[in-house]
Design a protein around this ligand. Sequence first.
Ligand SMILES: Nc1ncnc2c1ncn2[C@@H]1O[C@H](COP(=O)(O)OP(=O)(O)OP(=O)(O)O)[C@@H](O)[C@H]1O
Ligand SMILES: [Mg+2]
Length: 330
Amino acid sequence: MTASQLMVAERLSRHFDASPSWLARKLAGTPRRILKAVDEVSFAIPEGATLALVGESGCGKSTAARCVAGLLAPSSGTARYRDTDMREVAKGRAGLRREVQMIFQDPYGSLNPRLRVGRTIADPLVALGIAGSRVERRERVGQLLREVGLSPADAEKFPHEFSGGQRQRIAIARALASKPAFVICDEPTSALDVSIQAQILNLMRDLQDQHGLTYLFISHNLAVVDHMADRVAVMYLGRIVENATREQLFSAPAHPYTRQLIAASPSAGAIGKRHEPMRGEVPNPANPPAGCSFHPRCPAATNICRSERPELRSLGDAREAACHHAEALA
Ligand SMILES: Nc1ncnc2c1ncn2[C@@H]1O[C@H](COP(=O)(O)OP(=O)(O)OP(=O)(O)O)[C@@H](O)[C@H]1O
Ligand SMILES: [Mg+2]
């Protein structure tokens, strides 16, 4: 690990107890079932870069994001921000709390409908004890509103007076209020109209350039990922199956799952359209297939894939893939 890595996740895991009730287990004689929502996930994000986490619904993106944000304790492994365990950062003990912020998918759900927008944006400053005087606070809120393309006068309004895109701008302003260095974005544009998505993504990129932000950017949409990411980590059933630069991933995907995702996704610049459907269904994550968990959907699967789980390994050119046949398929 080098000093320039802002966030490092090491064998990060989060398990949930997905067992039926005690009585149902006793009656049916079934054991407890542990769902490995995030299973030994490792990655590093250099300062100023964007790592995208991509994968189908239920693959563990949000769970990983919440562990990285310190909102959820990992079952094992660590997420370290500037070499400090995120659990310490989230508790505020390391003095780094203001540097890590999160933006969620649903701006309406994450904004308090009863609070004026100015209050909402200033909230993190108050919570962190860095709000300053009323005048300073109002000035800062006005400046933030301008930065996200709204007007200082909007501070007096309530969330319902804004469109979905404008509400996401407000959520972004709030996330930036404490001058963070690292922002975790969980599907920040997935709830928005296709025409609005690109505007918000462009705003997020401009803000990244202006403030030197580092992003962990979560999306199930590869066109969005193509627009935002420097590196891409592809997740499948809780595990990273490929980690590559954006160029490598889109020009020569190494994992059969990545190939299928790309074939099924809209091309860059055509956010919202779909091509081929994905082959097969995502298995039950509480009962994943043996060996490579992707093998039932993989056209290249052989015997070893059904029995031995492939580890994520380097393919030599700064990319990693978890596939027994990655080289042969290249
Ligand atoms: N609190 C919880 N208790 C039990 N299971 C959970 C909990 N949170 C998530 N899970 C399960 O963990 C798995 C991963 O969920 P997660 O929300 O992280 O996926 P995701 O990739 O963000 O999906 P989506 O694209 O739909 O947002 C799913 O099978 C989900 O049902
Ligand atoms: Mg999610």
